[in-house]
Design a protein around this ligand. Sequence first.
Ligand code: HEC
Length: 396
Amino acid sequence: MSGMKLRKRPSKQIHAALLALPLFLLVCSTAMGGPREQAKRMHDRLAGVPPTSTTLDLMVDEIVNNNDPLAAAMIAVEHDDFYNVTVKNWATPWTNEEQTVFAPLNDYSATVIGMVRDEEPFNQLLSADILYVGSNAPAYSVSDNAHYEAMEDQGLNLKDVLVKTTQSGETGIPSSGAAGVISTRAAARAFFIDGTNRGMFRFTMLNHLCTDLELIKDPTRSSDRVRQDVSHSPGGDSRVYFNNCLGCHAGMEPLAEAYAYYNYQYPAGNEEAGSLDYTPGIVQPKYLINSNNFKDGYITVDDSWINYWREGPNSVLGWDTSLPGSGNGAASMGQELANSHAFAECQVTKAFEAVCLREPGDSADRAQIDTMTTSFKSGYNMKRVFAEAAVYCAGD
Ligand code: HEC
């Protein structure tokens, strides 16, 4: 090999590389998102609008000078539209049976927005005596939604006007009957209306543990709390009961017993004018209907509940072993659900989807969901989860 050639060629290559370096850095930083692009993207995703130049500068400063993209994202979540649009659209589908985002603001969605804004521990979503109301609107009413619709019609800035209060103070429900968003008027209107209150349980699982009951059927649990209205030989075939019906009802019934004192009462023909009915100590008649379907079925006597899914295949939902797994009433059952791993992962996944505008897909996404879930479980700060998702997806 000739030394001349060897010396010559590398020097040419170095020369070429030096010329290409700025181009390489440019391409690289565009693909990864330079700090300005990252900041812009995070703001767009969190607030739905571009940042002002002042905000952008503050965010870029956090990224470049403090090496703290999360702090940059935490600036973006203070934008009005993070609350007025992003969090509202996030929560609204949970508040109606159709799961549509095109529903008016209500006490359920407003309470979610307020809890995110105030960094209230989000694992109290299904149990706290908490409510957010506004101002510049007709007073909160237990029998209509006018208070919230008026705020929305006037385009009030929810970040500014929402005020934290209690359900017991505002609606007259005893504190022991308050169970976070479960005992809001909007939830009652959607899920305690008619039926047997199993609907509230199903939609709570769907919206807050991200699972439909079909996916977690377990027919190996005890049948002893299944109510009398569930036939044990549907269509004359008891195998159907044991193979199918029991899969949901065995575990669902002893949890849905927690709602035994709740109903949504409305004037005949006017479902929108109703209110939550809470009858401590008195089981709602809807729990005792169609008792002839299976005479030996369970007769609900109170609001005691027990979680049979702590054992068996549904133990993978990750129940909190520091909780007893049984109790009385909607609030303690709400704690049972909201302290499960499935609840935390569900909130994180929903926030990821809202901010990244896609479902988590590859193994990197799944690892990110795990990291964010762990972070969420130390303090249950939902606002921070949104910010973390924005950081992760800033370079998409
Ligand atoms: C995938 C889970 C699942 C399976 C399987 C299932 N159920 Fe249900 N069942 C529910 C839920 C959820 C409700 C509450 C529906 C609502 O009100 O939204 C319900 C409600 C009921 C009701 C109350 C009346 C009503 O329609 O609201 C009866 C009775 C009943 N189921 C019987 C049965 C029987 C009998 C079977 C088997 C043939 C069965 N269920 C299978 C989940 C299930």
